[in-house]
Design a protein around this ligand. Structure first.
Ligand SMILES: C=CC1=C(C)c2cc3[nH]c(cc4nc(cc5[nH]c(cc1n2)c(C)c5CCC(=O)O)C(CCC(=O)O)=C4C)c(C)c3C=C
Ligand SMILES: [Fe+2]
Ligand SMILES: [Fe+2]
Length: 341
């Protein structure tokens, strides 16, 4: 029966490392109100300022990690897509990117054209944020509304604490853990603090103390990216049998002057070297596919920083990527967990 399609959605990348393509991509990305949550005129002004210098800098960074097939994030997502297809018994599997190509619009039009009536939307982000999950769901809804498609949607919720995901992470990390290390740093993508406050309607929970996100439950946990990152990190460390001294958590990829959630990865790299850590393992569990933020920011700049600060060995554990066990685990999640919209 071909009545229930699966649509995998990742973030997306520029079409090439040309500055003009990077500018186009950054414009689409940063003008998304779920990413820069300012009223349109202010957002336009801020993004135009960012677009004066950032495209050239980012193009240079992208060029240093680009693959012959194109963007690592997009190519890895394509490989994951191919690995998932044989495991999904309910119908076609499509791949889309929230920004750039292949688009969510194109994928939904193709599925509707095949007579599909139900789509399971799988945003490939373990932790919830408006800039990850909400924007994907809203884009899918916009396309269905504007194109008048007869499609029902359900969505894979954040899977930050799900055994399928944590087990896949551990299987990925185990060979690196077994080789010995002084410390494991779990570096998550950061988020402006404002995005957390906005989701904490009571104003009483989020960022009210070092442990507030650790204790979050119910709707507070559902809306708190930081709390979900902490759950992932503690869940992973427990499964790996790591004591509190063997690992820590940080947040990377800060953009602009606003305060982002702490501790910052950059600061932690210096601290760990100063504390005498010689061999550092780094894993980035907010990303299911290696991308600019893991390969360049951590794998190149993070490595240089740690070694310059006195560290001796820096090992970046690859993301889950197209690992066959992860492809199977993802299908299990998509069969077990989707929520009707
Ligand atoms: C993993 C989840 C992600 C969250 C949360 C997120 C929030 C967020 N990001 C920016 C700004 C940028 N992010 C950029 C790259 C990038 N971000 C994610 C994921 C999350 N972002 C990924 C997977 C990537 C890599 C894309 C790739 O092509 O490899 C970039 C672009 C690159 C650059 O110029 O540095 C920007 C800009 C904001 C502002 C934000 C939260 C509000
Ligand atoms: Fe980002
Ligand atoms: Fe919180």
């Amino acid at each position: 029966m071909t009545d229930k399609a699966l649509l995998l959605v990742n973030l997306g990348s520029p079409a090439s490392t040309e500055v003009a393509d990077v500018r186009r991509y950054l414009d689409q990305f940063l003008m998304d109100p779920y990413v820069i949550d300012l009223p349109w005129p202010l957002r336009r002004l801020l993004v135009s300022l960012i677009l004066r210098r950032r495209p050239a800098q980012s193009a240079h960074a992208y060029a240093s990690i680009w693959w012959p097939e194109g963007s690592p994030l997009v190519e890895i997502s394509r490989r994951l897509h191919r690995a998932v297809i044989p495991h999904w018994p309910h119908g076609p599997v499509e791949l889309a990117m929230r920004y750039g190509e292949p688009s969510i619009e194109g994928a939904l039009l193709r599925l509707a054209g095949q007579g599909i009536s139900h789509v399971v939307l799988a945003p490939l982000y373990p932790q919830f944020a408006d800039s990850t999950l909400t924007t994907v769901v809203e884009e899918a809804r916009r396309v269905i509304r504007q194109q008048e498609l007869d499609l029902e949607l359900s969505v894979l919720p954040p899977f930050y604490d799900q055994p399928e995901y944590l087990d896949a992470l551990l299987a990925r990390a185990r060979p690196y853990l077994e080789q010995g290390f002084d410390h494991l740093l779990l570096s998550f993508h950061g988020l402006p603090e404002r995005h957390l406050h906005k989701r904490d309607a009571s104003g009483a929970h989020c960022l009210k103390g070092a442990e507030c996100c650790r204790r979050a439950e119910g709707s507070v946990l559902e809306g708190c990216y930081r709390a979900q990152c902490l759950r992932t990190a503690h869940g992973f460390a427990e499964r790996a049998g790591l004591g509190p001294q063997r690992w820590s958590l940080s947040f990377q990829s800060r953009l602009g002057r606003a305060k982002w959630i702490e501790p910052y990865t950059e600061a932690r790299l210096d601290e760990l070297a100063a504390e005498g850590v010689k061999k550092l393992l780094v894993m980035c569990p907010a990303f299911v596919a290696d991308c600019l933020e893991t390969l360049e920011e951590i794998g190149q700049r993070g490595r240089e920083q740690f070694l310059a600060a006195g560290g001796e060995e820096f090992v970046l554990i690859p993301c889950l990527n197209d690992d066959p066990a992860w492809a199977q685990a993802l299908v299990q999640l998509c069969q077990r967990a989707p929520v009707e919209l």
